[in-house]
Design a protein around this ligand. Sequence first.
Ligand code: PNS
Length: 159
Amino acid sequence: MIHAVYPGSFDPPHNGHLDVIRRGKTVCDRLTVAVLGNPLKSSYLFSLEERVDLLREATAGLEHVEVETFSGLLVEYARRKDAQIILKSLRGALDFEYEAQMAGLNRTLYPPAETLLMLASPEWSFLSSTRVRELASLGADVSGLVPEASLRALRAKFG
Ligand code: PNS
């Protein structure tokens, strides 16, 4: 039974995240999307509860996928969940250095979990939650970039 955790802030979830979840679940038996609730970072647009609800709605119907929160060290969470895979997404070379560093440190801290870096699909390789928040706050139509749940939530925030 291969259990993968896919950690992130998901502020808000976008189509690139959903693509990684759909593709990621094909390489494991169980995929837990782990939403970071970091008390040190108070600059999230959406609360932890909102981000979890958005992901649960967007992943409803996807078998073997669950959404949970975590705080503190990712590897401690992976250890508690008995996860063998930490799933991350790479959009391009800019992500690589950052992800390679995290993967190396996480592996040193907790060798049983392997980081699996999944290349973002080309159509989402430009997408980030930061850009989605910026675009939505400036009134752009982001309906082609985010799932319905996030679109509704962004419209509620920005009108
Ligand atoms: O979506 P994000 O904000 O890029 O996700 C970053 C995340 C949650 C994967 C990363 O910040 C993380 O793993 N945080 C948990 C704290 C931790 O374990 N830090 C040490 C990493 S070597």
